[in-house]
Write a new protein. Structure first.
Length: 167
C-alpha cells in the first residue's frame, strides 16, 4: 500500500487492510494517548466551543482518515495556543509580569512541527522592563500604563479604581 493511499483511507479500513503496516502501527500507537486525553477532556465538559467538539470528534472517529486527523489536530493546536495567549495576557495585565513558563519548550517544538506560529510565546517574552522612577498600573478598563512615580496621585484621582502593578 502506498503512503498517499493510506492517508486517504479511514482508520477502520486501515485496521482491516493494513494491520501489519509499520506506518499504520506507528500512527495508531501515537494516536492512542491523544484520543484518551481528548476523551477525558470531553467527559469533563471542558470543551468550550461547539467547533472544538466537532474537531475532537474527527480525532476520535475510526471513520476519519489520517490526513483528516492531522488537519483536526492542527486546528485544535491553534485553538489551544490562542486560549493560552489570552491566559498569558490576562496574567500579565493582572500581575504585571509575564506568566513564567507559559508554554513549555516541548509545547513550542510541537507547535513548530505542526506549522503553527505561537501567539502565546510573545506573551511570555516581550514584556518591557519598568524604567527606574516609573510605576506600572492597570486602569479600570484593563489598559496597562507606565508613568513617572510623581504622576501616580493624579492618575488615581482620574481613575480611583486603577491598580498599581509594579513600582
Amino acid at each position: 500500500m502506498g503512503h498517499t493511499e493510506g492517508v486517504r483511507q479511514p482508520l477502520n479500513w486501515l485496521a482491516t487492510n493494513a494491520t501489519n503496516d509499520t506506518n499504520y502501527i506507528a500512527f495508531t500507537t501515537s494516536l492512542e494517548p491523544v484520543r484518551k486525553e481528548f476523551m477525558s477532556f470531553l467527559n469533563a465538559n471542558r470543551a468550550e466551543h461547539e467547533a472544538d467538539l466537532r474537531t475532537m470528534q474527527t480525532v476520535l472517529s475510526d471513520t476519519s482518515t489520517p490526513a483528516g486527523i492531522e488537519v483536526a489536530l492542527k486546528q485544535l493546536g491553534k485553538s489551544a495556543d490562542i486560549r493560552l495567549a489570552a491566559l498569558g495576557r490576562k496574567y500579565l495585565n493582572t500581575i504585571g509580569s509575564p506568566f513564567p513558563n507559559l508554554i513549555s519548550d516541548e509545547g513550542k517544538q510541537t507547535l513548530q512541527r505542526m506549522g503553527i506560529e505561537s501567539k502565546a510565546l510573545p506573551a511570555r517574552q516581550n514584556t518591557p522592563a519598568l524604567e527606574p522612577g516609573f510605576v506600572r498600573f492597570q486602569d479600570s478598563r484593563g489598559g496597562v500604563h507606565d508613568i513617572p512615580q510623581g504622576n501616580l496621585k493624579a492618575a488615581q484621582q482620574r481613575d480611583p479604581n486603577l491598580r498599581v502593578m509594579q513600582q
